[in-house]
Design a protein around this ligand. Structure first.
Ligand SMILES: Nc1nc2c(ncn2[C@@H]2O[C@H](COP(=O)(O)OP(=O)(O)OP(=O)(O)O)[C@@H](O)[C@H]2O)c(=O)[nH]1
Ligand SMILES: [Mg+2]
Length: 432
């Protein structure tokens, strides 16, 4: 949606703007704006400033009130004087209507992108697989169609700064309703085919034991994925680095295999259509028997991020799947008292750093334990006359090895502690 320049000096210069409504606390407003800042950086923009206006409601015409619009226009004009020829953008921290974006853009003489547009642009750039690309493009087309019409209405000869060069195609400006509709239908068709392939793959995997890494964007999911599976998952200090679900076997391997999947991250105000469009990808998550909910515990805003993740998980129907909270990036928390406080506040959480080999080994062990239900190995000897115990042994354990001599049989088994205790009672020998 907008062109980026390799030459740093020509990075588009972006100003962040937000209206803070009465029911939003200062902390939440600041966290949301800080996140918009990171989204902008992920897009490679040069953020030159921010502006927050406390207001009862969004201005129906220009989102910000008239006074602030004037102030913004002045800041941008001054900036343009200092950096002549640089494209300028205003990023708005809410989703606004096409006409609000057009009116605000006209008033400040810069292109306006709302939060949804920024997120969609990142998804667009980071999408790699055919499936992710099609999913993102459908949402982008639906989002952009009414805005392109507004932009054309409001352009009035103004030079388009950054928008309109790259993206879903150079034909943006001629896109009409019918073309958009046809293209969306085509993409949906393509997705339907991909979905069939995916179902076949999935049914092959059904019997396997699955764990999914879920959580807020940048929590460290791909980092843990790499460490747990020895895979080369893409790790980056960017938002939405991962868009495709990848699935790999836990390493070092266990029998039967346990598969780990890395998934797209979440963010507050994630555009609803985007969640819906990623539903099929996220179905991988739904099919897991265990979710590891990763949290960047070093982020002051992590509790709000946890809430967002819970909301999205419920939205996609994964609210009831067994989950473990994993408080990650603890190596970045200097104050040991804060770690203690985290352990008190979240007594069931696994407190780790995905960068520590020991911690990763711990996570590996706990995953295996989850699936094994804390099963243990034991060796049990039975006399020939203990046929009933032998039957119980075969019914309640997995027998790994058996051998016989004149006294009876020796069985190496794996089973839950309770089963082993019961066999101890029956056979009169200690299995601990
Ligand atoms: N210090 C520290 N950095 C970490 C840790 N885990 C991840 N990181 C860093 O955090 C950044 C994001 O990590 P990723 O693994 O890409 O995060 P993600 O959750 O996959 O992010 P998305 O794919 O964007 O949703 C990278 O720069 C990682 O190197 C950790 O335990 N400690
Ligand atoms: Mg990732």
């Amino acid at each position: 949606m907008f062109e980026l320049f390799d030459d740093d000096d020509e990075k588009p210069r972006a100003l962040l703007a937000a209206v803070q409504l009465p029911d939003v606390t200062d902390g939440d407003a600041a966290a949301s704006l800080a996140e918009l800042n990171r989204l902008a950086k992920t897009l490679g923009l040069d953020v030159i400033g921010r502006l927050v206006q406390k207001r009862q409601h969004f201005d129906s015409a220009t989102y910000l009130g008239p006074g602030k619009v004037e102030e913004l226009a002045q800041v941008l004009a001054d900036d343009l004087e200092a950096h002549p020829g640089h494209p300028q953008l205003v990023l708005v921290d809410h989703e606004i209507s096409p006409s609000q974006a057009r009116e605000l853009g006209k008033a400040v003489k810069a292109d306006v992108l709302d939060r949804t547009a920024v997120i969609l642009e990142i998804f667009h750039r980071h999408a790699r697989s055919r499936e992710a690309r099609a999913q993102v493009e459908i949402v982008r087309l639906a989002y952009m169609a009414p805005r392109i019409r507004e932009m054309n209405k409001g352009k009035g000869g103004r030079q388009q700064g950054g928008i309109g060069a790259k993206g879903a195609g150079e034909s943006h400006l001629e896109l009409d309703r019918r073309k958009v509709r046809d293209r969306i239908a085509e993409l949906r068709d393509e997705l339907a085919h991909i979905e069939i392939d995916r179902k076949t793959q999935r049914s092959r995997r059904q019997v396997l034991r699955r764990v999914a890494l879920v959580g807020y964007t940048n929590a460290g999911k791909s980092t843990l994925m790499r460490a747990l599976t020895g895979s080369d998952a893409y790790v980056a200090d960017k938002l939405f680095a991962t868009l495709d679900t990848t699935v790999r076997a836990l390493h070092p391997p266990v029998e039967p295999r346990i598969l780990v999947s890395d998934t797209v991250g979440f963010i507050r105000n994630l555009p609803h259509d985007l969640v819906a469009s990623f539903k099929s990808t996220l179905d991988e998550t739904l099919e897991s028997s265990l979710l590891l909910h990763l949290v960047d515990a070093s982020d002051p805003d992590f509790e709000a991020q946890m809430r967002t993740t819970h909301e999205v998980l419920s939205e996609i129907g994964a609210g009831e799947t067994p989950a473990r909270l994993v408080l990650n990036k603890c190596d970045r928390i200097d104050d040991p008292e804060r770690i203690d406080a985290l352990r008190v506040a979240y007594p069931d959480a696994w407190v780790i750093s995905a960068k520590s080999a020991d911690d990763v080994a711990g996570v590996h062990g706990r995953i295996v334990t989850f699936f094994e239900g804390a099963r243990e190995e034991a060796v049990i000897k039975l006399r020939h006359d203990q046929g009933a115990v032998r039957a119980a042994l075969f019914a309640t354990t997995d027998v790994l090895e058996e051998s016989y001599d004149e006294d009876g049989g020796t069985y190496r088994v794996v089973a839950h502690r309770a089963s082993l205790d019961r066999l101890s009672e029956l056979s009169g020998q200690n299995t601990r």
